[in-house]
Design a protein. Structure first.
Length: 609
């Protein structure tokens, strides 16, 4: 012990020595920032260069500047005591920028200011994508060829002619600090927090924003249920949020997180009446409503309404409505309405399902399903399915299916099917499309152009035909028929009368046909199948007449045709009676019996249009 406390080193000297070293280090650290050094100036009508020389001597550094850009000959009168930065601001009127090197302060002209407008930070695995615009703060004009860089990562780029930039940053740890530099502009630095990071105590924090133009607080339920203090708090704090295991609340603001509930993401959230949180990452239950500023995952259920300002991954259940402003993937079930920016999965609504962007899955709506862009999947509605752009899949509606652009699949409606182009099948009383490449089955079918088949009583095909035919055959001398469709397939509506017998015969028939074309020649052949009902007054047993025609057509002009050809006929009645057949018994028959007649007949006539 005595050896340690020798005369050369007194016991109190060692602590003093350490304190002196620390003081010396602190003084040196303090003096490294020349802009913070205190100076005292009292000048009257002195050149600016002389004043700057005096400041440099007191501060122990040198100024570096270009004479042409600094008015060093101008006379200055000033009395000042304080830091160098404030003195320079007064002397140079804040139109210069100060940069420090080891022994110099560089004065650079910067009369203008920049403004950085960032877009939402995009995270992809270990890479962050930062993009945005650089503008002139005063005029708002875009700044081209401005340098945007991250100093620590030594990564940078230049803005384009619209002031736009995009940076890919790898190996980011902690906050991202972007600096923008441009000649004659002051450097501007903006801090970006990554979506999630840890503080030194292990608490998880994050930063984000809703990708929708709207926010959860701007929705109908948000405006109705959130107070002004909460909305102001959201505006002040912005996208900052933290992660906690659980929270419980009575109403927004009356919760275990108080006024900060809108900044907290919870694994379990129990809201007796309603809750307002940054997000949910587990289970969220409410007696009336849940409102999340950002994303929600797994399960969210409320007696009345759920509102999510970001994305949903999981299940939403609500007595009245579910609203997801960004993208929903999972299942949404609501008593009245489900609404999402994008909807992928199962949506069940008592009244209405609506998605604003490309969506897919299964939508079941009591009244209407509405998609503002494209949809792929199945839509079932009590009244109407509507897709503003293209649809691939199945639509079933009690009244109408409407697709503004292309539909690939099957449409089934109680009244109307409509789409710009069909590659598939339309099944309903009224079917309409501009370009048809499939099958239409209904009462009235309409297509501007068709390479498919339209089966109906009336087929209005733009590149097809409509014909009015007058003909005679071996049983009925006067017949009129209307055929519509295309040569590939057309329908026939026919009526006839035989007025010259003791008992008149009336005929109503419906049939289909196909026409074989031979280039542009005036000849064509057609095969037809027509089913007739023959009515004879005072006869109880009506007779059914089936007829297969082979028709040879000859074009007399562009809109007039003559035709004739043989036919095979079968006359049939349901019961065996003593009533005569519709044809004479002495007509040459191929086969006959008590309930049928089979023979070969003929027909001839003329058609118009």
């Amino acid at each position: 012990m005595r050896l340690f406390y020798s005369r050369t080193i007194h016991p109190i000297c060692l602590p003093c020595f350490l304190l002196c070293c620390m003081a010396t280090f602190c003084v040196r650290a303090q003096t490294t920032n020349y802009l913070n050094r205190a100076v005292s100036i009292n000048a009257r009508e002195q050149p600016l260069s002389a004043v700057l020389d005096s400041v440099a001597k007191q501060g122990g550094f040198y100024f570096s500047y270009s004479d042409p850009v600094l008015p060093t000959d101008s006379l200055v009168s000033i009395r000042f005591e304080g830091p160098v930065r404030l003195l320079l601001d007064q002397l140079l009127h804040e139109s210069y920028e100060y940069k420090q090197t080891e022994r110099h302060l560089i004065l650079r002209p910067a009369p203008f200011r920049l403004r950085l407008l960032p877009e939402p930070l995009d995270e992809k695995k270990s890479t962050y994508i930062v993009n945005g615009y650089v503008l002139d703060e005063k005029t708002g004009n875009p700044i081209a060829d401005a340098s945007v860089y991250e100093k620590r990562l030594l990564t940078g780029t230049l803005t384009d002619n619209k002031g736009y930039f995009k940076l890919r940053l790898k190996g980011v740890q902690g906050a991202i600090s972007l600096t923008v530099s441009k000649e004659l502009y002051r450097d501007t630095t903006t801090l970006f927090l990554p979506p999630v990071h840890l503080d030194p105590n292990g608490m998880k924090y994050g930063y984000g924003s809703s990708r929708s133009n709207k926010t959860a607080g701007s929705t109908f339920f948000g405006r109705l249920l959130l107070g002004s203090r909460q909305r102001i708090n959201d505006m002040n704090i912005g996208g900052f949020f933290a992660y906690t295991p659980a929270q419980i609340s009575l109403t927004p603001g009356l919760s275990s997180h108080g006024s900060m509930s809108g900044q907290v993401v919870n694994n379990v959230s129990l809201n007796l009446i309603g809750g307002y949180t940054a997000g949910s990452n587990g289970v969220e239950l409410a007696g009336v409503f849940n409102i999340n500023r950002f994303d929600a995952r797994f399960i969210q259920a409320a007696g009345v309404s759920n509102v999510v300002g970001g994305k949903l991954r999981g299940v939403q259940l609500a007595g009245v409505n579910n609203v997801v402003l960004d993208e929903a993937r999972g299942m949404l079930a609501a008593g009245i309405i489900n609404q999402a920016g994008e909807l992928h999965g199962l949506a069940l609504a008592g009244v209405h399902n609506r998605s604003k962007k490309n969506s897919g899955g299964l939508q079941v709506g009591g009244i209407i399903n509405l998609v503002n862009e494209n949809y792929r999947g199945v839509q079932l509605a009590g009244a109407v399915n509507y897709v503003h752009k293209s649809m691939s899949g199945l639509q079933v509606a009690g009244i109408a299916n409407l697709v503004n652009e292309n539909h690939h699949g099957l449409q089934v409606a109680g009244l109307l099917n409509h789409s710009h182009e069909v590659r598939g099948m339309q099944l309903g009383p009224f079917n309409h499309t501009r370009n048809h490449r499939g099958l239409q089955l209904g009462i009235i079918n309409r297509a501007d152009t068709s390479t498919g088949v339209s089966i109906g009583l009336i087929n209005l095909v733009g590149n097809g035909f409509q014909r009015l035919r007058f003909s005679s055959n071996e049983i009925i001398p006067f017949n009129i028929a209307y055929s519509s469709g295309s040569s590939q397939f057309y329908s026939i509506l026919q009526a006839g009368i035989h007025p010259f017998l003791d008992q008149r015969r009336y005929v109503l028939g419906i049939g289909i046909g196909h026409e074989f074309l031979f280039g542009r020649r005036p000849f064509s052949l057609a095969t037809e199948i027509i089913s007739h009902e023959i009515y004879i007054p005072e006869h109880v047993d009506q007779q059914q007449w089936q007829r297969i025609n082979l028709v040879a057509n000859y074009a007399l002009s562009k809109k007039v045709r003559a035709f004739l050809g043989p036919s095979i006929n079968l006359l049939y009645r349901q019961s065996q009676t003593d009533e005569p057949f519709a044809i004479a018994n002495d007509y040459p028959l191929l086969s006959q019996g008590a309930r049928h007649r089979l023979w070969i007949g003929w027909q001839a006539g003329i058609s118009f249009f």
